[in-house]
Design a protein around this ligand. Structure first.
Ligand code: NAD
Length: 471
């Protein structure tokens, strides 16, 4: 079977870009060419360009892997997104990404693009751990390898914050406007976090640069949502059947997608609003809703699945007690939320349960279980501290915490940037206060939870039940 390319004759049922990708001019540089960007922002961009044409093609940057750049090139930069649910499936070929750059091989080309005035927005999805955020201070973690390298050698960056700062430094020196930096990773107030990290790194080399960024930069926050599992061979085979061509970059996802963006851009943006994105003054209520209801329950499901030997989220949801637990956790977390404009939270929870149950989406519990130390503070612990302060119970959160600790104890090769610390915590002798070594990890739990003896006892009790096999 031939490889998907611009000359592949596609069946009428395949949704194609409403524009000719070869004629599109770039206006966005996206860092982190993972599955999520390709099935979320790039899809919004295709829809927006269909409604309102403009110079808003995406140049995708991979900071690490060369494969994705080679694969994109081999397919004329097009790829398919297959949307699946119990109601059926549909396939779309996405054309918004017109070029791929590997930061490893093409650093100078990347730096030249960052200073190209045609690039008006830099968007990012590089996972939570790539930013080098010190959770204790909210500033840079100077021991993070990429942060340390970029502070030592700022004009030859390797990390995401280093690239953004060097690009802005070059713009400043050239008398240009900054680009807007739009973070699309699952971090709370993600725009504010990235702004602070960028200004701190800029200030370490040149206080005038930091001042300029502080006065002229734009770092809108955004809430992103679409379940996009890592691609599988089965999914690629299904896509090949639908396309009549092999697509190494094909992804499967659910029909649902959501994007709420703070309306603060220096030089405009594509008509993402016409594609269904919501531009608002304050993203925080949406972000908290999504992190605490969707992501919090997702992590709980992931650790349940890993401990029970269930491979996919849908398998965990097929166990009635687990499904009830996920719902109860969402209902408890919901009490920590302010009203969210335009959203009925009961319906939102019902919809989440249905999305998690989607029998056609193969989302591995192992994928969601990774990087718990980077995810749980915003998904679970912050809301739990608020719930307890309000006098609410936080039983399901205690169970979710115990599940993560049990998983860390049972998984010496845990996929987490703090693996060594987790291993050491897991190896400490477990007395009555079995979770204590985890509560002692710096910057992980809010002080209010560390100080809450009653809740910690509950975590210990749940952990003992799990370890006794009563899950
Ligand atoms: P992925 O594994 O397909 O891609 C991750 C990307 O991040 C890759 O480009 C990788 O090179 C880059 N990356 C990883 N670690 C890095 C590091 N230390 N330094 C620099 N770059 C690094 O994952 P994905 O599905 O694309 O998800 C990426 C992020 O998108 C998530 O962490 C989350 O913040 C957000 N997100 C994902 C989903 C989803 O369903 N997949 C949903 C909402 C939000």
């Amino acid at each position: 079977m031939e490889r998907l390319s611009a000359s592949t004759p596609l069946a009428g049922s395949v949704v194609k870009p409403a524009f000719d990708p070869k004629t599109l001019k770039p206006g966005i540089l996206h860092i982190g060419l993972g599955a999520f960007h390709r099935a979320h922002q790039a899809v919004y961009n295709d829809l927006a360009l269909a409604k309102e044409p403009g110079d808003w093609a995406i140049v995708g940057v991979s900071l690490r892997s060369l494969d994705i750049v080679r694969d994109l090139k081999a397919q004329d930069h097009i790829y398919s997104v297959v949307t699946r649910s119990g109601a059926g499936e549909s396939v779309q070929v996405v054309g918004s990404i017109v070029k791929g750059i590997s930061a490893v091989e093409d650093r100078e080309e990347l730096l030249a693009l960052l200073v190209d005035p045609a690039i008006k927005i830099v968007t990012i999805t590089v996972t939570e751990k790539a930013y080098g955020l010190d959770p204790r201070t909210g500033g840079l973690d100077r021991n993070h390898p990429a942060v340390a390298a970029d502070l030592a050698n700022p004009t030859a960056p390797v990390g995401v914050i280093g690239y953004i700062v060097e690009g802005l430094a070059r713009r400043h020196a050239a008398g240009q406007e900054p680009y807007t930096v739009l973070c699309c990773d699952n971090l709370p107030t993600n725009g504010r976090i990235v702004r602070r990290l960028v200004i701190e790194m800029a200030g370490a080399r040149d206080p005038a640069l930091a001042n300029w960024i502080s006065g002229h930069g734009a770092f809108p926050s955004s809430m992103v949502d679409r379940i996009v599992p890592a691609a599988t061979d089965e999914g690629r085979a299904r896509a090949a059947g639908l396309l009549g061509a092999e697509d190494a970059l094909s992804l499967e996802t659910e029909p649902f997608m959501q994007w709420v963006i703070e309306d603060h851009f220096i030089a405009g943006h594509p008509a993402w609003d016409k594609a269904g994105a919501l531009f608002v003054d304050d993203v925080e209520p949406y972000e908290k809703m999504k992190l605490r209801l969707l992501n919090g329950a997702h992590s709980m499901i992931a650790y349940l699945g890993q401990l029970k030997g269930l491979e996919y989220v849908r398998d965990v949801m097929a166990v009635p007690e687990c499904r009830d637990l996920a719902r109860r956790h969402m209902q408890a977390a919901r009490k920590t939320l302010d009203p969210v404009p335009g959203i009925d939270l009961d319906k939102y929870i019902d919809q989440l349960i249905e999305r998690f149950e989607n029998p056609t989406i193969a989302h591995r519990t192992k994928q969601i279980a990774m990087d718990g130390s980077q995810k749980l503070p915003q998904r679970l612990f912050a809301g739990t501290a608020e719930a307890l302060a309000e006098g609410e119970d936080a039983d399901t959160a205690a169970l979710a915490t115990a599940l993560w600790i049990a998983y860390a104890k049972r998984t010496p090769d845990i996929d987490d940037p703090r693996r060594e610390e987790l291993r050491r915590a897991a190896a400490e002798p477990a007395g009555d206060d079995a979770s204590a070594p985890f509560f002692a990890l710096p910057g992980l739990f809010p002080q209010a939870l560390i100080d809450n003896r009653g809740w910690r006892n509950l975590v210990n009790a749940k952990l003992a039940e799990i370890e006794a096999g009563r899950l």
